[in-house]
Design a protein around this ligand. Sequence first.
Ligand code: SF4
Length: 734
Amino acid sequence: PNNKGLDWKKAPCRFCGVGCGVLVGVENGKAVAVKGDPKSPVNKGLCCVKGYHSVISMYGKDRLTKPLVRKNGKLVETSMDEALTLIASKMQETIKEHGKDSVSIYGSGQWTIPDGYAASKLFKGCIGTNNVEANARLCMASAVTGFMTSFGIDEPMGCYDDIDHADVFILWGNNMAEMHPVLFSRMLDQRQKRDVKIIDFATRTTRTSMAADKSILFLPQSDLAVANAICYEIIANGWMNKSFVEEYCNFSKGLTDMGYGLEDKYSFNDKPEKINFDDFKAFLEDYTPEKVEKISGVSAKDIKYMARQYGDPNKKVMSLWCMGMNQHSRGTWINNLVYNIHLLTGKISEPGNSPFSLTGQPSACGTVREVGTLTHKLPHGVVNNKKHREFAAKIWDVPAENISPKPSYHTVEMFRALDRGDIRFMWIQVTNPMVTMPKLNRYRDGAKKEGRFIVVSDIYPTPTTDIADVILPSAMWVEREGMFGNSERRTQYFEQMVNPPGESMSDTWQLVEVAKKMGFEKQFYYKEETHVEEIYNEYRKHHDNKKHNLAPLQVLKDNPGMMWPYVDGKPTKWRFNAKYDPACDNGKAYHFYGKPDGKAVIWQRPYEPAAEVPDAEYPYWLNTGRVVEHWHTGSMTRRIPVLHKAMPYAYVELNPADAKRMQIKNGDNVKLTTRRGQIVLPASINERGVPAPMQVFVPFFDENKLINNITLDSFCPISKEPDYKKCAVKVEKA
Ligand code: SF4
């Protein structure tokens, strides 16, 4: 397009949790170009390949434009009104026959804030079931439980500006060069200007390792032991910030040997117990660098090196992580352990000293964590707290008794319940679980059973629409109005810039229409032209306090997003530090106000092995993840020709020594077998990434090569987040 004639409008990018500000160029009613918004403090005008090509994903030739209903096994077109009426009546019928906990909604960290809010209000407030979950359970639930257990309140204390202040960046299993490329560029930019170091601590050599100053490889799951060894070294060398720890920290331990969630019905209650510093110090005796070298494969020298970075009083340290730590059968623990390091050294809540958990999706924070679209959550608080239920019910204009005090099913359990028949109706929006669920064969077969009714709202046909009884065409991104909230607590608004194709409708409005048809007109009083503003204004009431206040809509419209807590017309960049955070009110320099006594918790968390470890029959580790070209399951980015050509299909990365031993060359077919099944993929040797010996890596973006058919559905018993990074696999030349 000729850039001159374009009408440029601002939006957050929708292709990852970094939340870059972009300008979308519109010409003749079509979004035709994207550039980085120079005014955005997130990306300062830069984008990655996904961002620059994002608008092309709106115009794939197989866009869904009409609602489809399955009749006698065949999908037939219908009108939107008929489809929405059918959904409402099917839900009512299911509730009548099987009870309200037989209906469910499964959404996404790509839900806008109004989407998630409407879903939560309809299901939790009006229908009265806590069967609300989102795919963010699969990517950041361990970060949430990490925050909650260590600080009593969710989301990072720092912000992206920490990058401009830190001297050392330690990446914990975080391939930022591909997963958070623009943030990684900000780090590299700092290294051009100042003396900063990037340390890549990972199980596989990636583009991030290549760019880092030091790459340290560890054996899967042993990050637990290494983090404890770093704490050991900090204390042994006198690097602990004693006054900080005494003033602002408690010590606790919880249950151990808590299983891996492999049973069908799973409940777990962590029982924290207070301990003292001496107990903690004694516990760490098992984690000397020399002992941990044997568990982790990391040399004692490298463990001491990492500890020295954290311990050096003259260095500011930022730790960053994402799926490597969260998709972990002890995901909550490893989050706690990295906080331990920052708390012991007092390197927290100030510019450059920052434990920073990144999210993958554009609104995993804004929608899933803040609106609270998880079974146990409410926008402000949790369902098992009576006061929180009453508070939400008042804003939702429903009786408080409507909100069930018990969390129901987290994501894996929700799909198990669908398989068993305890759930009969599921509405899936903005996500593709028939590509992403671990141990997928079971959940696909379960969803296809007789007597299940599945509604899928999406923009393209996917393996998930394949199992749908009703498919609703959704409006995508700037075809509708909404907000996302990124990893640094920044809420960003975008307006509708172009019309959605055919009968496509925003997910929010689909929910509002169905709610009205179910008889909840009073609660869903919103008008079509103004519903986003009405919903946002109502939603803000849930967070009307100094700890979480959200900026008014006009502020979001006038700025490239705004961080919360937004207090006295200003964003809060560093929480819990009285210098920056107006919510600190106990007269001390630091106030961890998520906990009743204002103190953060240093947790005693041991090393425990993974749920399934390699053995004689399945001797390799299987690790899965993403690539820079594709957004998650590729349903949008694979329709962008340049990205599809750059990364057309999935592959299996092998260590060159393993490949040589098995006489496998680049491109040869390789058979992977786990206890769940088999898959054949072309070999990739010394290309994008290089796994350590006896490990393989497979990206999950390719719907024609479903690696999740063979992954394991074990999860962290506290966060319920599955471990996609580790299971045992046999590797053979096919
Ligand atoms: Fe979009 Fe993420 Fe790339 Fe930024 S880094 S342009 S938010 S995909």
